[in-house]
Design a binder for this molecule. Structure first.
Ligand code: AMP
Ligand code: MG
Length: 448
């Protein structure tokens, strides 16, 4: 149930010491924070694009939106009822009804053809403009409307059974938005409510920061694509799909580059095809036991760094820039090959990079405190991110490890909705102890 069982390709040195974090093997590693800073220094918000409103869901406004009109444009009725002069119904009650002459009717979408004169009323539907002269709307429920209809009486008169304050049930022009008002600020995330607000202003298109295109490239001679038969020694490529899905869920546009084999020609060809992407995310080929060809090719094609990050899973990480067209360098994040390592490294480094390119203010997942129900072991002074299922019970979050924590055990990632942290300087976090938990299923972006 712990990371003892399987280190996958994390290549953790065997540890017999308890001096966590003080061995030379960890000294040349970058902390998660150092790696994060170095990665994030390469990203900034992308440029704006103008798109049909509905396509902007989840994106960030690249312009202030001032209203071209008042909302509502005209004073209108908040109820189905009678538009009248309040002075005409002052003191009305069930016993002392006020009787008015009904001179017309106005529905939503129409303009009244008459003004309300003293002693008269106009039947009015919800959303219909309030006629001149009227200052108040009395709902049908406070009149003899229903009774008259039931008795088949003409609706040319009405008895009002209640007094109401001036302006009651009248929604004034500009009540929600005034002409020229700053309705939504640049930097606002467009959600369903913002789409509604912008639509109510009559705007069909809006400027948002565009989504980054993220080229996703798996590497490895052992990889086979889903749907094809599996011959000896091969495994199906999980990372292309999990990474592409994570790109989508983060708000990016994945561009699947397929599988690069561990040879110069293939890898070079696949990398050339990434031209135009805002970021390249590769998997595998960055750990020690690999064919050095991946590192060689990346080094030849740009400025690359190969790091060991003091975390488990996902110790091996590559980051740098590939030379692109016209001298434009494309940031490349090389995730480890083990499927859980790839996903965790994506969470820690790629998702914040994508959200930064999207112009989001908040790029990190929410972190909560919770109580561990099992233990997390830290054998070698790295920060451990344990896959846990988080449940809210009795007002507290409880985190239960989802099973074997080897970096190849992808099903335990699927069962998890959080990553519980054992800090690098502690040998373990045990049942009953409080831990920080990164909530993986909070703050998902809407993606169409
Ligand atoms: P590597 O970093 O190339 O040493 O790969 C580490 C481990 O991850 C190996 O067991 C690989 O077979 C596995 N692996 C690499 N790429 C993928 C992938 N796309 N899908 C599933 N497993 C992978
Ligand atoms: Mg490999």
């Amino acid at each position: 149930m712990t990371s003892h069982q399987n280190h996958g390709a994390d290549h953790a040195p065997p540890v017999h010491s308890h001096s966590h974090g003080r061995r030379s093997s960890t000294e040349d590693m970058l902390s998660v924070e150092q790696a994060y800073e170095r990665v994030m220094a390469s990203f900034q918000a992308l440029e704006a694009e103008e798109k049909p409103l509905l396509d902007c869901i989840g994106q960030v406004l690249a312009e202030d939106i001032h209203s071209p009109l008042a909302l509502p444009p005209l004073a209108n009725s908040g109820m189905d009822g009678y538009a009248l002069r309040q002075i005409d119904i002052a003191g009305a009650s069930q016993e002392k009804a006020k009787h008015l002459k009904v001179i017309g009717v106005v529905a939503a979408g129409q303009m009244p053809d008459k003004a309300v004169a003293p002693g008269t009323a106009i039947r009015i539907m919800t959303g219909a403009p309030v006629p001149d002269g009227a200052d108040t709307v009395v709902p049908f429920e406070e009149t003899d409307e229903i009774q008259r209809k039931r008795e088949g009486k003409p609706l040319d008169q009405v008895a009002i059974y209640a007094d109401m304050p001036v302006g009651c049930n009248v929604r004034p022009s500009g009540e929600d938005v005034t002409l020229g008002e700053l309705v939504l600020e640049k930097g606002t995330v467009v959600r369903a409510a913002e789409i509604g607000v912008i639509a109510s202003l009559g705007l069909a298109k809006v400027k948002v920061i565009r989504r980054p295109v993220v080229a996703v490239l798996a590497t490895g001679d052992e990889l086979e694509t889903a749907g094809a038969p599996l011959s000896g020694g091969k495994i199906y490529d999980a990372n292309s799909m999990s990474v592409a899905a994570a790109v989508l869920a983060s708000g990016g546009i994945p561009k699947l580059m397929g599988i690069a084999r561990d040879n110069l020609d293939d890898l070079n060809g696949k990398l050339e095809a990434t031209a135009g992407a805002d970021m390249i995310v590769t998997s595998a080929g960055v750990s020690k036991g690999d064919y050095d060809i991946v590192k060689d090719v990346l080094n030849q094609r740009g400025e690359m760094n190969f790091w060991s990050v003091r975390m488990r899973p996902a110790k091996p990480l590559a980051f740098g820039h590939l030379d692109g067209d016209g001298g434009k360098a494309i940031p490349l994040l090389g995730l480890p090959g083990n499927p859980v390592s790839a996903m965790v490294a994506f969470e820690m480094f790629a998702r914040p990079a994508i959200r930064t390119m999207l112009g989001k203010d908040s790029v990190a997942r929410p972190v909560v405190e919770g109580v561990l129900t099992g233990s997390i072991h830290n054998e070698d002074g790295r920060r451990v991110y344990a896959r846990v299922e988080v449940e809210l019970k009795d007002g507290k979050y409880h985190a239960t490890p989802t099973g074997p924590q080897g970096s190849n055990i992808l099903t335990s990632m699927s069962k998890a909705n959080g990553l519980a942290i054992c800090p690098e300087d502690l040998p373990s976090k045990n049942a009953g102890e409080t831990v920080q938990i990164i909530m993986l299923d909070w703050n998902e972006e809407v993606q169409i």
